[in-house]
Design a protein around this ligand. Structure first.
Ligand code: IVH
Length: 669
């Protein structure tokens, strides 16, 4: 292929792929499968590698990120990013409406009601229909240039659809994270001992500030737009949003043009009740005067427009007494302070405890013993303390001082520089860390030991039968049967479960031993790259960091773990017990790429494979195991008694449903 032919094909592919991105991420109506999409992208990337001079800054290949930004450049906003006045009651909204009618007496005023997205504000500029810059709000006058990160957000167009837009303009919106993505990614963080984010807004904001755009690309941010800035000639705001939608921007469907305040209240009350159904967080409604002429007449105060206001939903809040602060120790030794409260009813549930996050949070709240505190339930599931009722503070009450030693084993706590969290370093002697590690080791995603749940782990530890995960393999039926509530039958079952775990493949053993930052995905990558525990144990920091998708932080954590004497002993004992500490290619574990590019959802019980096994088989043959049907799912593999919900959804999405035999044929030699 000549350079000229390459150029034509690259442009054609770029346009085609961006169109599919738009259909998938903005319209939610894809027309090709995930597999076909990947094929197009692969072709583009191959061509771009062949003709590097032809890589366009707007190429869909740029959406996967990769740029490492040293520091974000601070840029002045062309149009200042103002904030909105807040209202919390119907009365305050009526005052807003009255103020408007005083300034433009006798005129009919239409309002546009929009959701107030609880995310991070962004201003995105376009030059001749091509994305040029993305800037955060900052202080409203200047913000950070986060263009590389913005380009990874698939719902933000790189190139606009044909349209009558000016050559230069800016569009503003809110970057959000959907709750399902937030929960999934946050759970993965917890799995590897990272501290979970409090809510999707913090997660979105933390993500946008990452200096590694490839990591941003993985986190699945989304963006809704709500205002245009530039040389436009629209008469109304409503009309401007309709146009923006035609040019390819994602505009929320939940917008209402209202000709009376009562209609505004209806919208507010509707979403007040239904906000949970949206799948992302909102914290209120924004009410804007529709006519641009009226907006101009109304103008601005020093901080905000007179033609718009937000109505904020009140977070449910109550006050109660702080009885004490206790400190929980996680399996990685991370300490979480928890406030124990006098039980109080809040938004339908009785609240007894609230998370205090870390030492900084306690200091910020300036908590004293016996304080009356305000507790709120916002987007988070766990309620939080938002402040102290100083009027109720008892004279002479003492400040809460963060503990210096572990509440469980009295070891002095560590705090890694730059991190907010304290850790107990006594990994092998601190009871909750030991029990937590046992639970993690036996859990489904790890060694999947039937009969070894959290209660049994606790019991085994208390009875001094198990002190670390290797001790599990020295247990006998007799000493298990001697435990409270354990008959000889459950003892035999547990021993059988332990025996079976010796077949669990190396990658899951590596995940099970619970190295900080090594989740199931990283464990898989490490196992496949190094192939054995020995190789990992003898790798240098540089070699570890050189493995695919292993950064400095993970490499350091693995390296440190592997060098500890007690961990070396532990590995030796696991080896001696007969666990899989290297990748074996026996007859059952064939590897192929027969399922390459396919995403397969399994539902129901299969005859040949258990749940965890089938996932492995799919992955070993190059496929992806999906957890719920989506437009990206290639097949649904239905076993006995499948989930009717999943089957119905698959039928609706026209995903082919296959039997276990058909699946076996697909992967047969
Ligand atoms: S319009 C002149 N519309 O709320 C201000 N803002 O306090 C124009 N926000 O920083 C803003 N949803 O990030 C507007 N539908 C919406 C919004 C919205 C969320 C945020 C925005 C802004 C803050 C205003």
């Amino acid at each position: 292929m000549t350079q000229e032919q390459g150029k034509v094909r690259i442009e054609q592919l770029s346009r085609e792929i961006e169109d599919h991105n738009y259909r998938y991420y903005v319209l939610a109506k894809p027309v090709i499968s995930d597999f076909e999409f990947d094929k197009l992208l692969e072709e583009l990337i191959t061509l771009e590698n062949k003709f590097p001079d032809l890589v366009l800054p707007t190429s869909p290949s740029q959406r996967v990120g990769g740029q490492i930004t040293k520091e974000f450049e601070t840029v002045k906003h062309k149009y200042p990013m103002l904030s909105l006045g807040n209202t919390y009651s119907e009365e305050e909204l009526r005052d807003f409406d009255e103020r408007i009618h005083k300034i433009i007496p006798g005129e009919k005023v239409e309002y546009v009601c929009e959701l107030k997205f609880d995310g991070v504000a962004i201003g995105v500029s376009y030059s001749n229909g091509i994305i040029s810059r993305g800037i955060t709000r900052g202080d409203g006058v200047q913000g950070d240039d986060v263009t590389a990160n913005v380009k990874t957000i698939r719902s933000i167009p790189m190139i606009l659809q044909q349209g009558d837009y000016p050559s230069e303009f800016e569009i503003r919106g809110e970057i959000i994270m959907h709750r399902k993505d937030f929960n999934r990614i946050n759970e993965q963080r917890e799995d590897i001992g990272e501290i979970a984010y409090a809510n999707p807004r913090n997660f979105a904001s933390g993500t946008l500030k990452l200096q590694d755009s490839a990591e941003v690309a993985k986190r699945k941010l989304d963006c809704y737009f709500y205002a245009l800035y530039g040389d436009f000639h629209f008469k109304t705001h409503f009309e401007s949003l309709a146009k923006a939608e035609q040019w390819g921007f994602k505009i929320s469907k939940e917008i209402k043009l209202c000709s009376s305040l009562d209609e505004v209240f209806d919208f507010i009350n509707h979403w007040g009740k239904k906000r949970d159904t949206l799948g992302f967080d909102i914290d209120g409604v924004v009410i804007k005067v529709n006519s641009y002429r009226q907006q101009e007449e109304l103008g601005f105060t020093a901080k905000s427009p007179r033609w718009a206001i937000s109505y904020k939903y009140k977070a449910a809040s109550v006050s109660t007494l702080l009885e004490s602060v206790s400190y929980q120790v996680g399996r990685t030794g991370a300490i979480t302070p928890v406030a124990n409260l006098t039980p109080v009813l809040l938004a339908g549930t009785t609240v007894k405890r609230a998370s205090l996050h870390n030492a900084d949070q306690i200091e910020k709240l300036d908590l004293h013993e016996g304080d009356t505190v305000f507790v709120e339930k916002g987007g988070e599931i766990i309620p939080k303390i938002t402040g102290v009722d100083l009027m109720q503070r008892k004279q002479g009450s003492r400040s809460i001082i963060y503990i210096k030693n572990c509440p469980e084993c009295n070891t002095p706590l560590d705090r890694i520089e730059g991190e907010a969290i304290h850790y107990c370093p006594n990994e092998s002697g601190c009871p909750p860390q030991i029990v937590g590690k046992l639970e993690h080791f036996a859990s489904r995603k790890a060694m999947n030991i039937d009969g070894l749940g959290s209660e049994t782990c606790d019991l085994l530890f208390k009875e001094n039968l198990v002190r670390n995960v290797a001790d599990i393999y020295s247990l006998t039926e007799e000493n298990i049967a001697s435990l409270e509530r354990m008959g000889s039958k459950s003892a035999a079952n547990l021993i059988a479960g332990i025996e079976k775990s010796k077949e669990v493949p190396f990658e899951r053993v590596l995940f099970a031993i619970g190295i900080r930052y090594v989740g199931d995905t990283v464990a898989k990558k490490l196992a496949r790259y190094f192939k054995s525990m020995d190789a990992i144990q003898h790798s240098s920091l540089e070699e570890l960091a050189g493995a695919p998708e292993v950064g400095e932080k993970i490499a350091q954590s693995v390296h440190h773990w592997m060098k500890q004497k007690n961990n070396i002993d532990l590995i030796n004992r696991l080896k001696a017990a007969g666990l899989q500490i290297a990748i074996h290619h026996d007859n059952n574990s064939f590897v192929s790429d027969k399922l390459k590019g396919l995403s397969i959802l399994v539902t129901g019980t299969l005859t040949k494979y258990k749940r965890e096994e089938i996932k492995e088989v799919i992955e070993k043959n190059g496929g992806k195991a999906a957890s719920s049907p989506s437009a990206k799912t290639s097949y649904v593999l239905a076993g006995d008694d499948p989930s009717t919900g999943k089957i119905e959804k698959a039928e609706k999405l026209k995903i082919p449903i296959i039997t276990e035999e058909q699946f076996n044929e697909m992967i047969a030699n």
